[in-house]
Write a protein that binds this ligand. Sequence first.
Ligand SMILES: Nc1ncnc2c1ncn2[C@@H]1O[C@H](COP(=O)(O)OP(=O)(O)OP(=O)(O)O)[C@@H](O)[C@H]1O
Ligand SMILES: [Zn+2]
Ligand SMILES: [Zn+2]
Length: 802
Amino acid sequence: MNIAKVVVDVPASQTNRLFDYLIPEYLIGTVRPGMRVVVPFGPRKIMGFVLELTDQSDFDKLKKISEVMDVIPVLTPELLELGKWISEKTLSFYISAYQAMLPQVLKAKYKKELLRLTKEELPDLLEEIFAHRDTLAYEEFVERQGSLAALQKAMQEGLIEVRYLVKTRETKKTETMIKANRNFMDLEAAIAELPPQASKQKEILSYMADNSEPVSQKKLCSILGTTRATIKQLIEKGLLTEYHQEIYRNPYEDEDYERTFPLELTEEQADAIAPIQEDIAAEKHDVFLLHGVTGSGKTEVYLQSIQKVIEKGKEAIVLVPEIALTPQTVQRFKGRFGSNVAVLHSALSAGEKFDEWRKIQRKEVQVVVGARSAVFAPFENLGIIIIDEEHETSYKQEDHPRYHARDVAIFRGDHHNCPVVLGSATPLLETYARAQKGVYQLLSLTKRMNNASMPTVDLVDMRQELHAGNRSMFSWKLKEAIEDRLAKKEQTVLFLNRRGYSTFVMCRDCGHVVECPHCDIALTYHRNNERLKCHYCSHEEPMPVQCPSCQSETIRYFGTGTQKVEESLTKLIPNARIIRMDVDTTRKKGAHEKLLNQFGNGEADILLGTQMIAKGLDFPNVTLVGVLAADSLLHLPDFRAAEKTFQLLTQVSGRAGRHTLPGEVVVQTYTPEHYSVELASQYDYPSFYRKEMEMRRAFHYPPYFFLTLITVSHQNQVKAIEVTKKITLLLNNELSPQASLLGPTPSPLTRIKDRYRYQCMIKYRNEPGLSKSIRKILAMFEEEIRQNDLLINVDMQPYQLM
Ligand SMILES: Nc1ncnc2c1ncn2[C@@H]1O[C@H](COP(=O)(O)OP(=O)(O)OP(=O)(O)O)[C@@H](O)[C@H]1O
Ligand SMILES: [Zn+2]
Ligand SMILES: [Zn+2]
């Protein structure tokens, strides 16, 4: 097969197809699907992925592949298939889908070199090219008949390795190795020949004679108390050789993991794990929803399922939300499976990520724990995929390609005939609905370990506080509770929601929030013209001067930041030691962990923070959780606001009283009667589910209806509006009468970085031609997108409606 079908690195609709290239004679048989190649494209040379090989082409004058970038394919046949599927589902380009699956290092053009890993002679052809050197710039590697095939073989045998030279501090992660040059001269004889005063040199040589393995220069210096200069003399004499060896950048190296062993499962856990393990044994694909209250031992179910998978010689992917990927979480997997675990998350440097990825590619590990993109781990023998906290919105990528990790996991689980386990204390409504319909299998853990009770939740009505004369942001109840913990030397977690922006208008007197009469979402306050607008439909009204419900004049814009809260807390309880955790205090690498460690060590009484402290934390001394303003989440312009509030309140409450001390939760709110606040305080997920489903049905939202969100942005406001209008008109002609089209309206965040954003939304049940219609419309704007700095984003499954 001498023709390669290639996806080229030009993200545009005309080039979103396969291009045929001739494989040069000397590369036939070695170019394989999943490799990256360099191909001529117009006047340029660009990168592309080989998707298929064939003998036939509809074109007769084919250009030749100029260069191969990989020796071993970076994408497996399964991932190549998956990429096509993703690009179709998310309306993105093939090239974006494939790029999304690879670590950063493989996306950019990094310099490569070949590294000799053996002291033995290489096969003739290669030794000739290497010319007895230990490293070779990749460009020097002559691609000629059979050379690439020989290289592929040598790599598989572990004789040679490709090293990517990452131009940042990561390049430092090689070490200088010293080895004896035995072939040149016998070491003992050399020692005898050295002058008596060269005692250090003699010591080094006899060490090398005694130890046949190469040793790092650093180690040699520290064992023998010698210096680089002394070693260098021996190198110059030709007795020793130095070479550079890559050391894995292991970010978790320094922490030693205490080995843990499988716990005896409780009856509930045993019932939950049985069907998962049956699937593993039978190589069967099902999707399970593991619905377990916080602290019910879901992780142990994951661990013991993975154990079974490992025993079968297969592999496991575990996804956790980025912010929950703390040392605590990593510890639980490393503790059980040790070095059989790779960890992938965004806090790692590009080089570190690449190292972890290669452990997976080379099958050096059987388990990967990581954030969203770890779902693309290039395992070829998957036995299970687990998504913890499956309701988290971070599983959806908010950039091209806009895939959801759950969908990808199910695609891969189906391909590999293995179970997919979605775990949560507060499943996404859509997920729970599928479990109710039997599409997913529901497994439940209803009790906390040791039958510990859930912490009691007190709802404090902030309207009454105001009426009673308390104008501070802390209720008397919360203040007392914090002081009580200080006296008892127990700890408090205070939570303030600052995700997104508080944009709604609320009456402090009665808690009334101004909502859209058509969409069941809060209206958004626009400061410039003092108006309230709906971001789904086009409804708008003036900013009221009085509360429409109680006529009070205390109706205003809602929102405070963590810094302000910290200031007033310090005034209120001056002797409290506070750690504040938000985007400002955690910007530096490692800051997040450091703050948590300080809190864990008891260096503070109060941990005050945003979303980032809501999950995964497990501190035995925390007995009080305070939620400062439950409302700020409840009134985001998002139809999932009630659901997100329920999830968050449940998660935050779950942080208290996880061990022996009982926990208490104080939730401050202006709307204690709202069903999501009330039902979260009772830990009543099933009732919340029923209530929320009614709302979704009534207002035509998922899971009853599908949504597609189209966002247009441009520096010029008029232009942005114009294009959005045009798209809406075009769509109107394409959609069936059953679909509804909302917009154009300004996006909730109408202006970001000087770009104006407008949107339209489609609500539909069955619109089989929708993807095609949208692609057609996008193609019409392509020229403008390229020349005019216009952006059009299509989200087929929006989660982030801001
Ligand atoms: N079978 C068991 N026997 C004894 N202890 C257990 C068992 N299973 C789990 N545990 C312990 O119970 C505690 C809570 O379990 P775990 O953290 O796994 O719960 P979870 O459901 O994942 O909680 P969350 O959703 O809050 O993260 C942990 O300390 C864990 O070690
Ligand atoms: Zn509306
Ligand atoms: Zn009012």
